[in-house]
Design a protein around this ligand. Structure first.
Ligand code: ADE
Length: 250
């Protein structure tokens, strides 16, 4: 995969793209990052990339020319996904990360100031993505979130392929609790079933705890899921347990 990042602050990416899984993925040849300062594509001698909005009002708007020129210099004949990071975009999810991980080439555009000239949205971008309902000072941190979540899905990026498969969200459920040694710490014990060596019981416990966590923290996710008969059975158990503990507290 090739990932181009267009930004006015290329130095923000150095640590993130060079470290950990993202750095290793590039060393392994799974991905190539190109961070481009689109100020280089400004047509003014002062390197201007923004201007005041037509119609007045505060703030500055990113001009179309530098971004169109920067993207056209990268793209050539192919048709990569050209992604604007902005709070008005489509909410970012694991499903979208999985979709982007199947692409050969991504171009991420990081805006600053009040926003983008509308023609950038309409005629340059193929996608607009928001990483959440809050406003960042620019798209850089959002682009890093997208790159991180996509690159870790590339085959071979994670040491242990299973770990991406069992992630929260990729199964549609939040992950079950994890424990490691010691079996008892400050009097807090690891659940017996995990020490039992009984794989079927362990898998059942994990699924049940995933369901419990999802039910408690993200019922919206459960509502969207197709439940297997085992999941339905476990959810019934959880509801029964809830009812019993409610009665015990009365
Ligand atoms: N730029 C500013 N805020 C953003 C957000 N929430 N998501 C993506 N890009 C942004």
């Amino acid at each position: 995969m090739r990932i181009d990042i267009l930004t006015l602050f290329p130095e923000m990416f150095t640590g993130v793209l060079g470290s950990s899984i993202l750095g290793k993925a590039e060393e392994k040849g799974l991905v190539q990052y190109h961070v481009v300062n689109f100020r280089e594509y400004s047509r003014s001698k002062h390197g201007t990339v923004d201007d005041v909005p037509y119609g007045g009002g505060g703030g500055m708007v990113l001009k179309p020319e530098p971004l169109f020129d920067a993207v056209e210099a990268i793209v050539g004949e192919e048709k990569p996904r050209i992604i604007l990071l902005c709070p008005q975009g489509r909410p970012y999810t694991q499903a979208l990360a999985e979709e982007l991980a199947r692409e050969q080439h991504l171009v991420l555009i990081c805006g600053h100031y009040e926003g983008y000239d509308e023609r950038i949205r309409q005629h340059l971008a193929t996608d607009e993505i928001s990483i959440g309902d809050y406003v960042l000072t620019g798209g850089e941190l959002a682009a890093m979130v997208v790159v991180d979540s996509v690159v870790r899905l590339l085959p071979g990026a994670l040491g242990n392929e299973r770990s991406a498969v069992a992630d929260s969200f990729s199964t549609g459920l939040l992950e079950h609790p994890h424990y490691t040694r010691p079996a008892e710490y400050r009097g807090w014990k690891v659940p017996d079933v995990l020490l039992s060596g009984h794989h079927a019981n362990i898998e059942r416990w994990r699924l049940k705890e995933s369901l419990r966590r999802t039910m408690e923290r993200r019922p919206d996710l459960l509502a969207q899921m197709e439940l297997t008969p085992l999941m339905k059975e476990l959810l019934d158990e959880l509801r029964q347990e809830q009812k019993n503990s409610g009665q015990a507290g009365e």
